[in-house]
Design a protein around this ligand. Structure first.
Ligand code: T4K
Length: 404
C-alpha cells in the first residue's frame, strides 16, 4: 500500500485487508545496544573476577561516571527505577499525602501507595505535560509532606516554580527523572534539583542497563541513608542500622550501562535525527501535533509523542492506533488512561478526573511512535506516510471502522 499511496484506496490499508506496511512488528521502546564487543569483554572480565553484585567495580564506575556527567555529588545505582523511587520516598521521609501528576507511568504513583502514602493527583500543563505549578497549592492539605514532579518525555518540569512552592510549604521535593537522563533545565543537568532525582535505565530507555535505575542527590546525609537502605540497612558486617531492602544494581547491568554511556551521543544523535524527520514529514497535518522539546537545552529526544485532535484530524487517536497496529506499527498510548483511572486509585478517588481536565484530554490524544537506533529513516517515512494517509482520509476510515 505504501508505494501506491497517491492512488491507494482505504481497502489497501491492512486493517481492511491490504498488505501491512511492515512485514515484521515495529515496536516502541526497542533497546539501544552500544558496542557489543565492549559489552561482552566487560561481561567476560566480570566472570573472571567472580564479582557479580554488592557494589562491584562496574557499579562504582557507573555511579562515578554519572556524577561526572551530571555534575552531581552522589549517584546510587539501583536495581530499577521503581525501587529507586520507593527508596528515595522512604529516605526523604515522605508520609501521609504526596502530590504527583496522574499523567505518568503508574510506577510513580505505586512507589507511594506501596508504602501506604496517598498519591494526590494534580493536573499537568497541556504544553509541557508536566505538573502545572499553578494547580499544586490547591492540593496541599495538613497531611501533605512532599511533591514528586515527573520530567515526562524528558521535558523538565517547571523546576523553579515547583521548588518555590515546596520551600514555601516546607515540603520535600523529588523528581521522577526516568525519561530525562542527560537533559538539562536552564542549562543545568537534570539530577541537580529537589532533594533527589530518580532515573530509570530500563531496557526501553535510551540508555539502558537491561534493568536499572539510580538516585542522584547533592545531599550527603540523604545519600548516605539511601546507600544503607538499598543494602538491607547494613552499615558494615553484622551491623544493620535501618530497615532496608535489596535495591542493588548487578554488575552485568552496570556493564551494560557503562557500555551505553560510551555510545550515548550516538543514541541521542539518532533520536534527534528521527525526531527531525518526524517533525518535517508530519508538519502541516491537520490535528496532528508533535510534542516539542526545547532546542536550547540538552535533550535525549527519546520519545516521539503525537497529540491527535480528532476535531481536526477526522480520525480519533484510538482509530489511528488500530490502523497503525494492523500495519505492524506498534505505537503506544502512553500514559493512558492516567493513574487516576487505574486501580487502586480509581476506586479510592472515583471523581479525581474532575480535577484533571488536561490529564483526561491528553489520555485521549497521546500516541507514542517508534524511535531509537533500530528505527531507520525508511521506517519513519513509511510510518508518516501511513499517518498522513489516515488523516487525509480520516472521515472515510472512521466511518468504515464504525460500521465494522
Ligand atoms: N517512572 C516513569 C515516568 C517511567 O516511565 C518508568 C518506567 C518508571 C518510573 C519505572 O522505571 P523502571 O522500574 O521500569 O526502571 C515500559 C517499561 O517497562 C517501563 O520501564 C517504562 N517506564 C514504561 C514507559 O515503558 P510497558 O508496560 O510499556 O512495557 P512493555 O513490556 O509493553 O514494553 C514496551 C515496549 O518496549 C514494547 O513495544 C516492547 C519493547 N521492548 C521491551 C523490552 C522490555 C523491547 O523491544 N525489548 C525489551 O527488552 O513499560
Amino acid at each position: 500500500m505504501i508505494e501506491l499511496l497517491e492512488q491507494s484506496t482505504i481497502t489497501d490499508l491492512a486493517i481492511f485487508g491490504g498488505k501491512p506496511a511492515f512485514a515484521e512488528k515495529l515496536h516502541v521502546g526497542r533497546p539501544n545496544v552500544g558496542n557489543r564487543e565492549r559489552l561482552l569483554e566487560r561481561i567476560n572480565d566480570m566472570l573472571d573476577r567472580k564479582w557479580f553484585s554488592n557494589n562491584g567495580p562496574y557499579v562504582q564506575e557507573f555511579e562515578q561516571q554519572i556524577c561526572e556527567r551530571l555534575g552531581v555529588k552522589h549517584c546510587i545505582a539501583m536495581v530499577n527505577g521503581t525501587v529507586a523511587l520507593e527508596i528515595a520516598i522512604r529516605a526523604t521521609g515522605l508520609a501521609g499525602e504526596v502530590i504527583v501528576p496522574s499523567f505518568t507511568f503508574v510506577a510513580t504513583a505505586h512507589a507511594l501507595q506501596w508504602q501506604e502514602i496517598t498519591p494526590v493527583f494534580c493536573d499537568v500543563d497541556p504544553q509541557t505535560h508536566t505538573l502545572n505549578p499553578w494547580r499544586i497549592e490547591a492540593m496541599i492539605t495538613p497531611r501533605t509532606t512532599g511533591i514528586i514532579g515527573v520530567h515526562l518525555w524528558g521535558k523538565p518540569c517547571n523546576v523553579e516554580a515547583i521548588t518555590e512552592i515546596a520551600q514555601k510549604h516546607e515540603l520535600k521535593l523529588l523528581f521522577d527523572a526516568s525519561h530525562a537522563f542527560g537533559n538539562s533545565y536552564n542549562g543545568q543537568k537534570i539530577g541537580n534539583f529537589g532533594d533527589a532525582e530518580v532515573f530509570s535505565f530500563h531496557a526501553t530507555k535510551f540508555l539502558n542497563a537491561f534493568e536499572g535505575g539510580a538516585i542522584v542527590t547533592n545531599n550527603d546525609e540523604l545519600a548516605n541513608k539511601i546507600r544503607l537502605m538499598k543494602n538491607f540497612g547494613f552499615a558494615g558486617y553484622d551491623n544493620v542500622v535501618y530497615v532496608g531492602t535489596n535495591g542493588k544494581m548487578s554488575e552485568v547491568s552496570a556493564a551494560m550501562g557503562l557500555t551505553g554511556l560510551e555510545s550515548m551521543s550516538t543514541f541521542i544523535a539518532a533520536n534527534q535525527q528521527n525526531y527531525k524527520q518526524y517533525q518535517q514529514e508530519l508538519s502541516g497535518l491537520a490535528g496532528i501535533k508533535l510534542f516539542a522539546y526545547d532546542e536550547a537545552e540538552h535533550c535525549n529526544y527519546q520519545y516521539i509523542v503525537l497529540e491527535v485532535d480528532e476535531t481536526k484530524s477526522q480520525i480519533s487517536r484510538d482509530r489511528l492506533l488500530k490502523v497503525l497496529h494492523a500495519e505492524n506499527i506498534l505505537a503506544r498510548r502512553y500514559f493512558y488512561p492516567g493513574c487516576h483511572r487505574m486501580e487502586p486509585y480509581r476506586s479510592y478517588f472515583p471523581h479525581a478526573g474532575l480535577l484533571l481536565p488536561e490529564t483526561e484530554k491528553l489520555g485521549q490524544r497521546v500516541l507514542v511512535l517508534p524511535t531509537g537506533t533500530s528505527v531507520s529513516s525508511v521506517d519513519i517515512h513509511k510510518i508518516t506516510q501511513v499517518i498522513r494517509y489516515c488523516v487525509t482520509h480520516g472521515s472515510e476510515i472512521s466511518q468504515r471502522l464504525r460500521s465494522q
